[in-house]
Design a protein around this ligand. Structure first.
Ligand SMILES: [Zn+2]
Length: 466
């Protein structure tokens, strides 16, 4: 008897595996903006996802007829588009909201770093880091962001911090490229710990084949990293990944480099072999044309964070020139918000204002947000992102936007710029999994996470102000 039962069980397991493999989800009955130049806009369209990957995009009838048994999310005429990507995020800054630090009265960018951000990160426990990540990921999902590049610091609890963030990433379902910001600001031992945390996490991420986790060698900024620590980082960086570092965010960073090393920042990074196609430079406000040449020649990536630069009164980077030179440039939030449409709106007006040119930034900023960020993410996740087309990852959002003027492939960016905010996102799907439906998170007890966050944030504030 056992001889006949075993194969039956095997057959059943096989059927089950096949059924799982072919699980289909259709998101349809909406205006589809695909970011696929062959088929950029469908007035009443649908997207079919098989497992984690987009199988087919087309008219609603075509897709429904092709997959009659698929699960169906009815967009009810709303806009269906690829989920957003955030190319520079800071999970550790979550608990800064509403925090008042005794004696904090900054006089310039360095005071903001030391008095606010470094004070917070020195006081974070591993549990705080995990909860900060949960809160950030929840906000990402609610703003339609399903892929982030995070830049982490928690100098009071360095080891294992990236693994705590990864735990939150897996629980929430947001694709994440993580790194820890190496710095000598708290001494050599902590600098070494931060190098090792990166190295350990990168090795772990390189073995992960889910397509949802990646790692980079994080660095704070050249002005807090000695040559000795640069050497340690280079010696411990696994092959196949690059660096994620703030570059010339403040003029102080440039002055420091000239004074201590007799060279400009990008030259110093070049000399340490930090530039390259897997390396992401944040900000790049005070760089000259020679440095732009180096960035371009090495195919290094740049991420612009307009709200943060304005809020810290750091200056306006030459981002339009970077884009015009063909440097792969993306858009981030720098932890300022988790809403990529805010970065879009602010970058749009910042560069017009700065250049006294009302025609500036119309095409460059959406290019950064919709093409640049996807290309940056593809260098780490080795899949097609940021597009609704066959073979791309199943990252799709439904946006509650009812256009009052005709919407088409040529003007959809104008509609998004002036008509859509992150809060307009009603449904978020990442890697084929429904994370939020009709503004309800599907797998997370949001009220409990928020209550835990409020308690941890209050305790953090008490520790800082004791
Ligand atoms: Zn940053």
């Amino acid at each position: 008897m056992s001889g006949t039962r075993a194969p039956t069980r095997l057959r059943e397991a096989g059927y089950q595996a096949e059924k799982e493999m072919k699980r289909m989800l259709i998101i349809g009955n909406g205006r589809v903006i695909t970011r696929d130049e062959k088929n950029p806009y469908i007035d009443n369209g649908a997207v079919a996802i098989e497992g984690t990957t987009i199988k087919k995009v087309g008219s609603l009838d075509t897709i429904k007829n092709a997959y009659p048994d698929a699960d169906f999310i009815d967009a009810k005429g709303k806009v269906i588009m690829p989920a957003f990507i955030n190319a520079h995020e800071h999970i550790y800054s979550s608990f800064a909201r509403g925090l008042s630090i005794k004696g904090y009265n900054p006089n310039g960018f360095l005071d903001i770093l030391d008095g606010l951000w470094w004070t917070i990160d020195r006081n974070l426990t591993l549990e705080d880091t995990y909860l900060s990540a949960m809160a950030t990921y929840i906000d990402c999902i609610k703003n339609g962001v399903t892929t982030i590049f995070d830049h982490h610091a928690s100098f009071g609890a360095i080891r294992d911090s990236l693994f705590h963030i990864e735990k939150a990433a897996k629980e929430t379902g947001v694709r994440s490229c993580l790194c820890y910001e190496i710095s000598d600001r708290d001494g050599k031992d902590k600098a070494r710990d931060s190098v090792m945390e990166n190295a350990e996490f990168i090795r772990h991420a390189l073995k992960d084949d889910s397509g949802m986790i990646a790692g980079m060698m994080g660095m704070h900024a050249q002005f807090t990293i000695s040559d000795e620590t640069m050497e340690l980082a280079a010696a411990n960086k696994p092959e196949g990944v690059g660096y994620h570092i703030h570059v010339a965010e403040g003029i102080e960073d440039l002055h420091h480099c000239l004074k201590h090393y007799g060279k400009r920042i990008v030259d110093r990074l070049m000399d340490w072999n930090i530039l390259g196609e897997k390396t992401l430079l944040g900000h790049c406000i005070y760089i000259n044309k020679h440095e732009m040449d180096l960035i371009k020649e090495t195919n290094t990536m740049v991420v612009h964070n307009p709200e943060s630069n304005m809020g810290n009164a750091c200056g306006c980077p030459p981002t339009m020139e970077l884009v015009h030179r063909g440097i792969l440039t993306g858009l981030g939030t720098d932890g300022y918000t988790h809403d990529m449409t805010e970065s879009y709106k602010v970058a749009n007006v910042l560069h017009k204002h700065h250049l006294c040119d009302a025609t500036a930034a119309w095409s460059e900023v959406p290019q950064m947000l919709f093409e640049g960020n996807a290309k940056i993410a593809e260098r780490y996740f080795n899949q097609t992102l940021g597009a609704l087309k066959e073979g791309a990852v199943g990252d799709v959002i439904v946006v509650d936007y009812d256009p009052l003027t005709p919407l088409n492939a040529d003007n959809c960016n104008g509609h998004i710029l002036f008509g859509v905010s992150g809060q307009s996102v009603v449904t978020t799907v990442a890697n084929g999994k429904i994370l939020m439906k009709d503004r309800e998170l599907q797998h997370i007890d949001e009220a409990k996470v928020m209550a835990d966050c409020r308690q941890a944030a209050a305790e953090l504030g008490n520790r800082i102000n004791k």
